[in-house]
Design a protein around this ligand. Sequence first.
Ligand code: ADP
Length: 179
Amino acid sequence: MKSSNTNFFMRVWQGDITRLPVDAIVNAANPTLLGGGGVDGAIHQAAGPELKQYCAGLGGCETGQAKLTPGFNLAAQYLLHTVGPVWHGGNQGEAALLASCYRNSLLLADQEGIVSIAFPAISCGVYGYPPEQASDIAVASLYKALNDCLLNKQIWLVGFDQKQAQIWQYSLDRFREPA
Ligand code: ADP
């Protein structure tokens, strides 16, 4: 498994990500960072209006990148806003961009001293990414990025519904870290 001397786990949790008392929740944001539907809407709703005010000063976020904000009214101290790719059929760099979302979010978390972190299924809602493919990419990208983390990590892969939770678990069970 992981070659450096930090400890980690990666587990699946089913439910509303805004309820999780982790250090940081990852938001599947859009490039404006000004809120939207789906998990983004739920996070803005739970964090309160200060989040939008704060995000307005960040100048947006490019696809595949991640930006940090406070969690405001959330139990989580931080939010990591990342912008997933819109699915266009798979030939427009979607897989690499999705992998970057997970990698950049995890490495930014590590830089900020964050240990526990919860990810939604980025791009698997309105952005239309096939969830089975996305889940495999996410798990592989996170395992790879864990090798570059300096701190311990507790990673929660959050499925809003049972189907997505099963998809996450299936990817985790099949994953073998590349040599
Ligand atoms: P995107 O635009 O990146 O596709 P969405 O928010 O539309 O983002 O969907 C991403 C995933 O987040 C989907 O699997 C959706 O079911 C899930 N989701 C929506 N609301 C929540 C929530 N409150 N907690 C956890 N996951 C959620």
